[in-house]
Design a protein around this ligand. Sequence first.
Ligand code: HEC
Length: 136
Amino acid sequence: MIRFFLPLATAAAMLAGTAASLSAAAADAPKAIRACVACHTFEKGGPSKIGPNLYGIAGQPAAKVPGFGKYGEDMKAAAAKGLSWTPENIAAYIADPIGFLKAATGKSEVRTNMIARIRKPEERAAIVGYLQSLKD
Ligand code: HEC
């Protein structure tokens, strides 16, 4: 049985190492942000597209990117309830934007143009780590 558990422990250690290096470095853009670039820019001062520029979004209150006038009513309602973009909230939001907004607003029906769904936890972690690295 011990032999059976050793590879699992090794895999866990490797995963932990990956997570640590992601949060440490001012990461290069992970491949997973290909799912975002149609609607978002990431560079400082970048333009709004369908969604707001995401430079510096980590840690900020929701729906406050200057110059982006296209927030949905439900996102604004979530922001009014105090939503901010902690790493956990970003990860939950990009996993399921609709479900996240339902929980954040307490409504059973919500509308949003943010439709990305990142299913793989490691891709969500890479995106969150990257967003956290985008700051002055
Ligand atoms: C189809 C276009 C689209 C795609 C693809 C998309 N987004 Fe969005 N995103 C939006 C829109 C529109 C909003 C504003 C949502 C609202 O008001 O309901 C938004 C909002 C956000 C916000 C909150 C911004 C704020 O100011 O509060 C974050 C964070 C975010 N997106 C991250 C991502 C990430 C990361 C990806 C890729 C995994 C992604 N989005 C993919 C359109 C998109």
